[in-house]
Design a binder for this molecule. Structure first.
Ligand SMILES: Nc1nc2c(ncn2[C@@H]2O[C@H](COP(=O)(O)OP(=O)(O)OP(=O)(O)O)[C@@H](O)[C@H]2O)c(=O)[nH]1
Ligand SMILES: [Mg+2]
Length: 281
């Protein structure tokens, strides 16, 4: 019996063990550790989210300007024949050691306004213009560009402003002259026409005349975005919203998949744009 009771005495701590670890102090320590762990997981996840934020570049511009052709050539090194896009196309692209998200927003009037949904995450905006049709559709292109300039200048001060480049695309459609290359002609044409059209919009706004395309709900004081230093006349170089970089590009439709020479040629036609993209990181 004595032996049996000694055995019970040695067993007793084992029976008590699970109960003893759930003391109030242990429970407090466990809950604190759990809270610390949850906070650490939350911090790691939100850091990851922040790291991926602000790494997008938006490709915007009128329908048929060449946005999807540019995206395809930059990302897949191939330029298939493309057709009017009806939905936004978002693709990761390697630039140097890092990646950016290229977002191709269709120029269709019912879709193009979606650029606003991506603006807060945008590091850069590439406004693509078809150099071969800009003389004909200048007012419509300027109307869309005005909306973008307005949206950029309306961003809250807490948000850093995305860089803006205007791409004079389809340079290949302009015949070079003895004085100027196709690229110079395209850049000159696109800049001149857009400045002229935006100045018309600025002047009519200053004169109190309604401006087409900014929405009926926009009051006159809301319709900004074209403010310039100097005499106020619209010039990209004087635009108060930030620097605007002009780039001339073209792609060779139907080429690029096979043959390294074709691939290199495709790259070189877009090289200035690739360099601008790399400079945004
Ligand atoms: N000559 C020439 N044609 C081009 C060039 N880039 C694109 N194209 C052609 O232009 C047309 C329109 O190109 P897309 O890339 O589909 O135009 P987009 O801007 O995506 O148009 P949406 O999707 O409607 O907004 C297509 O037929 C292309 O093959 C270029 O550099 N030179
Ligand atoms: Mg497209």
């Amino acid at each position: 019996m004595e032996h049996g009771s000694r055995q019970a005495a040695t067993i007793e701590p084992e029976v008590m063990f699970p109960v003893s670890i759930f003391t109030p102090q242990a429970l407090v320590i466990a809950s604190l550790s759990l809270a610390v762990l949850l906070v650490a997981i939350f911090v790691i996840l939100s850091r990851r989210r922040l790291a991926s934020r602000g790494n997008s570049v938006l490709l915007v511009g009128a329908s048929d300007a060449g946005k999807t052709a540019i995206l395809s050539t930059l990302v897949y090194k191939h330029t298939p024949q493309t057709h009017t896009s009806m939905q936004t196309n978002s693709v990761m692209m390697s630039v140097g050691n890092t990646t950016i998200r290229l977002i191709d927003i269709p120029g269709h009037p019912r879709i193009r306004d979606q650029f606003r949904d991506f603006l807060s995450d945008a590091k850069g905006i590439v406004f693509v213009v078809d150099s071969s049709t800009i003389s004909r559709i200048g007012p419509a292109v300027a109307e869309y560009l005005h909306q973008i300039l307005h949206a950029i200048t309306s961003l809250p001060p807490s948000r850093s402003t995305p860089s803006l480049s205007i791409v004079a695309h389809k340079c290949d459609t302009l015949k070079p002259t003895a004085q100027a290359t196709s690229e110079q002609l395209a850049l000159n044409r696109v800049r001149t026409i857009l400045e002229r059209e935006l100045e018309k919009r600025r002047a009519s706004q200053a004169g109190g005349v309604g401006i087409e395309g900014l929405g009926a709900e926009e009051t006159e004081s809301d319709v900004g975005g074209l403010e310039c230093s100097g005499n106020g006349e619209f010039r990209f170089a004087n635009w108060e919203g930030g620097e605007v970089v002009f780039i001339g590009t073209s792609v060779s439709v139907g080429k690029g998949l096979s043959g390294t020479n074709e691939k290199d040629a495709q790259d070189s036609e877009l090289l200035p744009l690739q360099e601008w993209l790399a400079a945004q990181l």
